[in-house]
Design a binder for this molecule. Structure first.
Ligand code: UTP
Length: 290
């Protein structure tokens, strides 16, 4: 019997160098996809998967994220008085329903994803938890994190969501090694961050949703710096794999890397085309440009 996954860590403290200068004054996860910030979609996905408490790992200059998830009485009051109920609902949709359902932790230096996750240890405590990389927008039904949690309920232990890397690009990612491949959920035998080209153990990369056991925090505490001089979550998980089971889940859905210029553009186009109220106008606007 596994314990329910109630909390998710959302590390947003990276520098976002690939989307500068946009990410200079606006945290990259607050950039819009169609008409709401990337983070709005991520929190929606988390809630649909049963997450009750979101733990954001933020960096300097990212106070706007906390403000985004707070109420805005002046504007809400004006919208209410004018009867603009649709806009009011949009403004309120991402707010926590109760106090204490969102925590914000400062990562004082961007030392790497492993370090960012470790910063959440006190708030997570002794229970399995999710990690959601907020620049990876995943269009899926059921939502990607729900698929990962269902896999965790089946196998116990740790789950890493993976997908095939584009041809010839596996060396740019964290790549998993599998103990045979049967269906979408397979036991892992290893993982490596940014393997030198030609040494990749598979073409499946770790794409941004995880379910981890709290033992990862002990491992990350003493984790040495790895690729890029950063404390890598992949290295920490590889160490934990010596004592705990890890499964890779090839989820069903489409990923958009919004931390990348073209990925963000693709997400905007795809999500606009998927919106019944905008699809027709979006199609016409795109076609006129071709
Ligand atoms: P990335 O490497 O994709 O994001 O990290 P980045 O560092 O912001 O982007 P570039 O490469 O400079 O453009 C994956 C996730 O981990 C977070 C990032 O915010 C991103 O969501 N992260 C990374 C942290 O929170 N802290 C870190 O020290 C590093």
């Amino acid at each position: 019997m596994t314990r329910r996954v109630r909390k998710a860590v959302l590390p947003v403290a990276g520098l976002g160098t690939r989307v500068l200068p946009g990410a200079k004054t606006v945290p990259k996860n607050l950039l819009n996809v169609v008409d709401r910030p990337i983070l709005s979609y991520i929190v929606e996905e988390g809630r649909a998967a049963g997450i009750e408490h979101f733990v954001f790992i933020v960096g300097r200059g990212q106070g706007a994220i906390e403000d985004y998830f707070d109420s805005m009485p002046e504007v809400e009051g004006i919208l209410e008085a004018k009867g603009k109920v649709d806009i009011l609902a949009d403004v309120r949709r991402d707010l926590p329903q109760h106090a204490g359902q969102m925590s914000f932790i400062r990562q004082m230096a961007p030392l790497g994803l492993g370090h960012a996750v470790w910063c959440a240890r006190d708030v997570i405590g002794d229970e399995p938890f999710a990690v959601m990389l907020p620049d990876m927008l995943m269009a899926a039904n059921p939502p990607a994190l729900a698929q990962a949690i269902a896999a965790h309920e089946k196998t116990g232990g740790n789950i890493v969501v993976v997908e095939p890397a584009p041809e010839g690009e596996a060396h740019k990612y964290g790549i998993v090694a599998l103990d045979g491949q049967q269906g979408r959920l397979n036991r892992m035998t290893g993982m490596v961050e940014k393997p030198p080209p030609g040494t990749e153990p598979s073409n499946l990369f770790i794409s941004g949703r995880y379910v981890l056991t709290p033992e990862i925090f002990k491992v990350l505490e003493t984790q040495a710096r790895g690729a890029g001089g950063e404390i890598q979550l992949t290295d920490g998980m590889a160490n934990l794999m010596k004592t705990q089971a890890f499964h890779a889940l090839e989820y069903e859905g489409t990923t958009y890397d919004c931390g990348d210029k073209i990925g963000l553009l693709r997400a905007n186009v795809a999500f606009a085309l998927a919106r019944p109220d905008l699809a027709q106008a979006a199609r016409e606007a795109i076609q006129a440009l071709l």
